[in-house]
Design a protein around this ligand. Structure first.
Ligand SMILES: *Cc1c(COP(=O)(O)O)cnc(C)c1O
Ligand SMILES: [Zn+2]
Length: 373
């Protein structure tokens, strides 16, 4: 049986719809035993649901799917070195957040819940809204005023109710938490079922690399839902004896907002308070990551590291990827800038995997000034 588990104080709880954090205040994880049956996997459709026995959804009938997952793994070269990149902006809503939303909203349907709330700087809100629309579940999304207009249109087009909150991303979170006292909190950062979806990043990489794990995985870090999902996925594969070693996890942050970088360089176990500056990479502009402790632990456990990238480096990476045929949003370009930085110092004989997390059409307005007439 699945149970909630607190990584901070080790309490466990039965699955309960309105419980979204531990009595000690920590976010919760899920206790669940996955299985990996290669023969079954190979016979299934090319979606993330091919790893069916590793996903905590009981009956197939409640699965809410828009055909997500099994995104291409493209070989690109940076500095004459190969890097394998997951093209995760090809998800139905244009970002990797669909991995988490598909599994989370399927669980919401399984629990018989009719309405949810979520807060997001954009893409997570769009993903939850889309899957709720498909399932016929009511959805309210709280967003900070600074969110790209494209994402706001997208959220509303899916029929979700948009609640704009003046002030910071953190203010938005606190307003949402009040709403979550009464309504199911489909939060991408708090809800453990979201990570149960993002972990499929690791499964797909494992299969696409010929049932092997790479040496190094470079991922963006805001709330760390992709990094923690990848960590969880590789950990499950290792525990199931499908891979020998969990890859080194390299986290990329914007130098304008880098609490995990600061925590990592200072040897802290939790993410420190920081002053956030403006950045093009709105998707990772998170000054208080909910699972900061877990992110730092995952990076240390895998002997990984954290790098920051500047606005200029993000801009250069954005143009460079466009010239390679990949129109991505600035947040996704931050990861590319991070790949380049990592390869300058390291990664000589490593097999490196990374990702393009979000589509360019998500933020065209903010990129208009980058185009010279
Ligand atoms: C959400 C998001 C990220 C960062 O994910 P976190 O879970 O906050 O670390 C990176 N890129 C894009 C496009 C995103 O939408
Ligand atoms: Zn606890």
């Amino acid at each position: 049986m699945e149970r909630f588990y607190c990584p901070e104080c080790n309490r466990t709880y039965p699955i309960h719809p309105i419980l979204w954090r531990c009595r000690c205040g920590s976010p919760l994880d899920l206790l669940f035993l996955p299985q990996f049956l290669k023969k079954k996997i190979l016979h299934r459709d090319s979606t993330l649901w091919r790893y069916r026995e590793a996903l905590p959804i009981k009956e197939d009938q409640v699965i809410v799917s828009l055909g997500e997952g099994m995104t291409p793994l493209e070989e690109m070269t940076f500095d004459h070195r190969p890097v394998w990149i997951k093209i995760d902006y090809l998800f139905p809503t244009g970002s990797y957040k669909d991995r988490g939303a598909a599994v989370l909203v399927s669980k919401v349907k399984e629990l018989g819940i009719r309405k949810v709330v979520e807060d997001s700087s954009g893409n997570a809100g769009a993903a939850i809204a889309a899957y709720c629309a498909k399932a016929g579940i009511g959805c309210e999304v709280y967003v900070p005023q600074s969110t790209s207009p494209e994402k706001l249109v997208q959220i509303q087009m899916y029929g979700a109710r948009l609640k704009r909150v003046a002030g910071s991303r953190e203010k938005t979170a606190s307003v949402t938490m009040k709403a979550a006292q009464k309504t199911y909190y489909a939060s991408h950062c708090w809800n453990p079922y979201f990570l149960q979806g993002t972990k499929t990043f690791a499964f797909e990489v494992w299969e696409q690399m010929g049932w092997m794990a790479p040496d190094t995985v470079i991922l963006p870090v805001g709330h760390g839902t992709l990094l923690l999902g990848a960590y969880l996925g590789f950990k499950e594969l290792k525990e199931a004896k499908k891979i020998k070693k969990i890859p080194k996890l390299i986290g990329i942050q914007s130098s304008a907002c880098a609490p995990i970088y600061l925590g990592w360089t200072r040897g802290l176990t939790s993410s420190p308070a920081i002053e956030k500056k403006e950045t093009m990479a709105e998707g990772i502009a998170i000054s208080e990551p909910v699972r900061g402790k877990q992110i730092l632990k995952a990076i240390r456990d895998t002997e990984g590291e954290v790098l920051t990238v500047t606005e200029r480096e993000i801009k250069t990476a954005l143009h460079e990827m466009g010239r390679r045929g990949h129109f991505i949003e600035p947040t996704a370009a931050a990861t590319v800038a991070g790949i380049k930085k990592y390869l300058k110092k390291k990664g000589q004989n490593e097999i490196v995997v990374s990702t393009l997390t979000g589509a360019g059409l998500k933020a065209t307005e903010k990129m208009t000034h980058l185009i010279t007439p």
